[in-house]
Design a protein around this ligand. Structure first.
Ligand code: MSP
Length: 634
């Protein structure tokens, strides 16, 4: 492990209050920062808010306040939330901070002086939600593929960053540094994007249209494009260009983002850094999306999960544990409160909570409340010791691979191994015969020592629970309880005063009617009646999917080769719901006499049938018996 570590979260837009998605990224960043501190690594962790641009200006206008007042109001919600989730960020940046505006101005000047910013004409379709221009071929049915809204047509003179100049360099850099963007699927996504010619990036907005931004240092009639401004936050917080922190931490920078903002981070940012003469960041770590009970979270569906609601209901550490245990980094995950409650009861109340409470009860009863070292270890004790050292290594591997769920599984294996040790050693029987006293002391010491190591390993994930266990073990000063000491069995001192505590995780009950967020079910209105003849015009057939691949540059579209007695190509908007490899071999229903069309330039000859009952998660219509390909569906 390097001796320095710098982790960042995206700086969140101030047009919406924090929800579980923001909390997830920030908690992972916190877990990573805490783990590196535990390993003795010098660590810097930054987060903050992104406050300029059209989106914020529009939201402020709607709320009848100035953009600054609006940004102040929402930014503070993020700033105040993080301590409540035990987030240990070193800095909270706002893009309206004076030092950030100075850094952005400095970079713009540098890139402009180097000849990489030029003035030109731009016309195109602009999506305010994405804060970017779209080419016509990128639109789906004339709408933004992400927001499904019609973009505005804009024609303006603007400043451009010569991003295209760095395309070959970026491809080479990504290929030479295979873990620059990870997991691999996102690296491949960026490389796929770079297979097409890269356009230059429009980095200004005329003040006649938008004044809420950083004024260009070389033309005061323009403000800076919000992404060009926002990405620079990652070096502002380190005091670029002269700050000691910049020298110490930038070479170790790791950005954490979700897949929604892969392109600005995987393409704009490295090319901007290159143009400004700054080394690229070390890693871009990209995670998937939380949905709620299979649906996309949205205000209109009323299913937005607020982190504090869950924290208040089930406790902070349970919330942090669940988020990291239930999502595989890089993949999407559907949040279900029922699954959350199950985890609290089984992993936390049963496995960990019971282990701590049984051990402490036996230990206090046996020794009158202090730690006693006991006899020399026997084979069975060494097995427990090996399980503990093994867990420390497995956790390290988990962090290395960003497989936080695997790190937690490894800790839970140790917890379960320790519970098993109790069952095997039967301390209650040893307690019955005085001649077994030394063995009993050994068994109890081993249990307590295992708890100490468990407490160290869970501390990045569940800091409060770790502290409570340490306090029960009589360890007042936890500064020495680091990864190094977790690797050395026997670190618990004889004579420590044990203190039994309350149950760490009381069992909870899941009540459907008290669910934290219940999406309102809205029935889509039934369409006007049609005649049998009208219905007969619709030709529905059974087809088998032979091949499936993502349509480049589209988040939603998958290109399919299907066999319905004859082969044909269909483009379906299901990329966010099915992975291409999972589609191959599926039997589906196809509307096969739909007029052919082109979606993102790819020909589509038909439509797959799917249901979207709750307004988001799509499920393909399937069969309960295997029909023949080409069979008519009536
Ligand atoms: N302001 C930009 C980022 C600029 S960084 C230089 C932005 N802000 S955002 O408020 O929209 O935040 C997006 C990020 O929030 C995602 O990349 C992710 O970290 C987090 N999430 C938002 N919704 C999420 C889910 N539903 N699931 C997981 N994470 C999500 O984009």
């Amino acid at each position: 492990m390097d001796n320095a570590f710098y982790v960042t979260t995206p700086i969140y837009y101030v047009n919406a209050s924090p929800h579980i998605g923001h909390a997830y990224t920030t908690i992972i960043a916190d877990v990573m920062a805490r783990y590196h501190r535990l390993a003795g690594c010098r660590t810097f962790f930054s987060t903050g808010t992104d406050e300029h641009g059209d989106k914020i200006a529009e939201a402020a206008q709607k709320g009848n306040v100035t953009p600054q007042d609006y940004a102040d109001r929402i930014s503070v919600q993020f700033r105040d939330l993080w301590p409540k989730l035990a987030i240990t960020n070193d800095i909270f940046i706002r893009t309206t901070d004076e030092n950030h505006v100075e850094t952005v101005t400095g970079i713009l000047r540098k890139v402009h002086d180097a000849g990489d910013i030029y003035f030109g004409q731009y016309e195109g379709f602009y999506c305010v939600g994405c804060e970017r221009f779209y080419m016509e071929k990128e639109l789906v049915d004339g709408c933004c593929p992400d927001h499904q809204t019609k973009p505005e047509y804009r024609k303006e003179s603007n400043y451009f960053f010569r991003m295209s100049k760095y395309q070959d360099w970026l491809i080479g850099y990504i290929k030479d540094h295979p873990d620059f963007i990870r997991p691999e699927r996102y690296k491949n996504e960026v490389l796929a994007f770079l297979r097409e010619p890269l356009e230059d990036l429009c980095i200004s907005r005329p003040k006649t249209r938008l004044t809420w931004g950083v004024t260009l240092p070389f033309d005061e009639n323009y403000v800076t494009y919000v992404w060009f401004d926002a990405l620079i936050n990652y070096i502002t917080v380190l005091g670029y260009p002269d700050g000691e922190n910049f020298r110490a931490f930038w070479p170790f920078a790791q950005h954490l983002i979700a897949k929604d903002i892969l392109k600005p981070h995987g393409i704009y940012w490295p090319t901007m850094l290159k143009a400004a003469g700054i080394e690229p960041y070390r890693h871009l770590n990209v995670h998937g999306y939380w949905t709620v009970d299979q649906s996309k979270m949205s205000k209109s569906l009323g299913n937005v999960i607020k982190p504090l609601d869950l924290k208040d209901k089930y406790g902070l550490d349970a919330f942090r544990y669940f988020l990291l245990r239930d999502m595989v980094f890089g993949l999407d995950s559907s949040f279900s409160e029922e699954a959350f409650v199950q985890r609290v009861n089984s992993d936390l109340a049963n496995d960990l909570g019971n282990l701590v409470s049984r051990t402490m009860t036996m230990a206090v009863k046996n020794s009158g409340g202090t730690v006693v070292c006991g006899d020399a270890a026997v084979e069975k004790d060494r097995c427990l010791e090996e399980a503990a050292t093994g867990a420390v290594s497995e956790v390290a591997n988990g962090f290395q691979e960003l497989a936080f769920h695997k790190a937690l599984i490894a800790i839970w294996e140790l917890i379960n191994r320790t519970n098993k040790y109790i069952v095997e050693e039967e301390p209650w029987n040893l307690a019955k015969a005085p001649e077994n006293k030394a063995r009993l002391d050994t068994v109890i010491y081993n249990l307590l020592e295992s708890l100490r190591i468990i407490a160290i390993l869970i501390s990045p994930f569940m800091p409060g629970t770790s502290e409570k266990i340490m306090a029960q073990l009589g360890i007042a000063d936890v500064s020495g309880q680091n990864l190094e000491s977790a690797r050395r069995w026997g670190g618990l001192h004889e004579g420590n005063v044990l203190k039994r505590g309350e149950a760490l995780f009381p069992r909870v009950e899941f009540k459907k009617e008290e669910k934290t967020s219940v999406p309102e079910k809205k029935m889509t209105p039934v369409k006007p009646e049609i005649s049998y003849e009208d219905f007969d015009k619709i030709d529905l057939r059974v087809a088998e999917i032979l091949e499936a691949q993502y349509v480049p540059k589209s988040k939603k579209l998958v290109k399919l080769k299907i066999d319905m007695g004859q082969e044909r190509q269909i483009v379906a908007g299901i990329a966010e719901h099915y992975k291409p490899e999972d589609l191959v071999g599926k039997k589906v229903v196809v509307l096969c006499n739909l007029k052919p069309t082109k979606l993102m330039g790819v020909e589509s000859n038909g439509m797959l049938l799917a249901t979207d009952t709750d307004g988001a998660g799509l499920t393909l219509i399937g069969f309960d018996r295997t029909p023949e390909k080409g069979a008519k569906v009536r």
